[in-house]
Design a protein around this ligand. Structure first.
Ligand SMILES: CC(C)(COP(=O)(O)OP(=O)(O)OC[C@H]1O[C@@H](n2cnc3c(N)ncnc32)[C@H](O)[C@@H]1OP(=O)(O)O)[C@@H](O)C(=O)NCCC(=O)NCCS
Length: 406
């Protein structure tokens, strides 16, 4: 849709008050100093767009300069899309479409990050712009005091609760060790850490301020909500982030949180392969409704596919459709070597598989299998066995997981 009264430009730091106002209204919040300060923390000059109707800022979208762990190990640059909002009264006029075009076409023209990713407020918004469902997670609830299986090894150290200053260096060291091991995890520059630890009242939603429980090899950031009913205490403990680098530390930290007094439920955003379910004596004490986490978009199919490693040797031609970024449309040959490194070239050969760029985004982190998308009728197999070979090649050792919503 075209609307000639709209214009897009890069935002500067002077636009931040208007930016915070639009974003707050877009998310049905009152604009506050705390909210504006959070925008300031992560604002990147040259990378945030605003759409104006005359002089009025009506839509926003930002890119964060980050790195993401890809299957096979290693981190690759990613533009993390954030702060997308259009003011009520200006929706369905193509404002978001302009922002998406400016971001994706700009990244392509400048040969910047080959991949973008985002968390979506609503899952129907982004596929039209080429985003595929690249990673999911469980919004788990576990019954407090749920028993562990016999023989679960615990750490010899005691869990300690510490203040922010003591927790920060330990948390950073543990996260930086773990993030490169897990596809979907982002690196954290200083601004991202500040954003994570920033804890204004409006983020707590009836829960306490952030608490920190640590072991030498693990940490949990969490909050607790106090509540009572006719049967007594019925509080909830909500894990914001838990990272452990040994199985013993992982089990010990969960044991500590599950035994938290005056609570009856522990809530946690779990990876699809979260080990906890295999530690519980009764796995049904953990409910696991799934949600979508990262939506992934390949900006440049060739650069993006070459930026990850592959789990099995493969030589396949992908016939790609991409209406929003037409430079990706066509046939691409992916050839991997014995170490899993890939070479990707445009070819005239007929495709072994036909798919949309959203499907490539979905399979990129190893979270959605090509065989699943073929069964869904989305990937079409033109050469017998091609789906199975692609499925083996794109698989990762672990499910992709992104702990951080941005
Ligand atoms: C989601 C949002 C950014 C969309 O902005 P917008 O400027 O209205 O989007 P556009 O006009 O460019 O819409 C492009 C297309 O997507 C569709 N679309 C946009 N938002 C949609 C939604 N929430 N649900 C279904 N379809 C949607 C439009 O109908 C349009 O389809 P068409 O091309 O077939 O006509 C805006 O509604 C908003 O700010 N919502 C609240 C905050 C939010 O959710 N932000 C996203 C954070 S991840």
């Amino acid at each position: 849709m075209s609307d000639d009264s709209l214009a897009i430009r890069i935002l500067t730091i002077d636009d931040l008050p208007a930016f915070a106002d639009v974003l707050a209204r877009a998310f049905n919040l009152d604009v506050t100093d705390a909210l504006t300060r959070r925008d300031e923390l992560v604002f990147e000059p040259e990378r945030w767009h605003g759409v104006f109707d005359g002089d009025e800022l009506v839509g926003t979208g930002g890119l964060l300069t980050r790195r993401i762990t890809v299957p096979g190990g290693g981190q690759t640059p990613i533009a993390a899309v954030t702060a997308v909002g259009v003011a009520p009264g200006h929706r369905r006029r193509g404002v978001l479409t302009r922002i998406m075009r400016a971001q994706l076409h700009g990244l392509h023209e400048q040969a910047r990050e080959p991949v973008t990713a985002l968390w979506a407020s609503e899952s129907v918004i982004y596929p039209r712009f080429g985003y595929g469902l690249g990673a999911q997670f469980y919004r788990s609830k576990i019954k407090a005091r749920a028993a562990f299986r016999p023989g679960v090894e615990l750490a010899s150290e005691r869990v300690r609760e510490v203040g922010l200053d003591q927790a920060v260096p330990l948390i950073k060291a543990i996260y930086e060790k773990e993030a490169p091991q897990r596809a979907g995890a982002l690196d954290r520059p200083d601004a991202a850490w500040e954003f994570l630890f920033d804890d204004p009242e409006y983020r707590r939603r009836d829960f306490t301020a952030l608490k920190f429980a640590v072991l030498p090899d693990a940490y949990a950031m969490f909050r607790v909500k106090s509540d009572w009913n006719e049967e007594g205490p019925c509080g909830t403990l909500r894990v914001v982030e838990l990272v452990a680098t040994t199985p013993q530390a992982y089990a010990t930290l969960y044991r500590y949180l599950l035994d938290y007094d005056l609570t009856i439920t522990v809530e946690t955003n779990a990876a699809l392969d979260e080990p906890l379910i295999h530690i519980l004596e009764d796995p049904r004490k953990m409910s696991r409704p799934a949600g979508d986490s990262l939506w992934v978009r390949l900006v440049d199919v060739d650069r993006a596919l070459a930026a990850r490693r592959y789990n099995a040797p493969v030589d396949l031609v992908f016939g790609v459709r991409d209406a929003f970024c037409p430079w990706n449309a066509g046939n691409w040959r992916l050839v991997t070597d014995a170490d899993g490194n890939a070479e990707v070239k445009r070819v005239e050969d007929p495709p072994d598989l036909e798919l949309d760029v959203t499907d490539l985004g979905a399979i990129y982190l190893g979270g959605t299998r090509p065989s699943t998308l073929a069964a869904a009728g989305r990937i079409k197999e033109r050469t017998a066995g091609a789906v199975s070979r692609a499925t083996a090649a794109f698989a990762g050792d672990r499910e992709p997981s992104c702990l951080e919503s941005f």
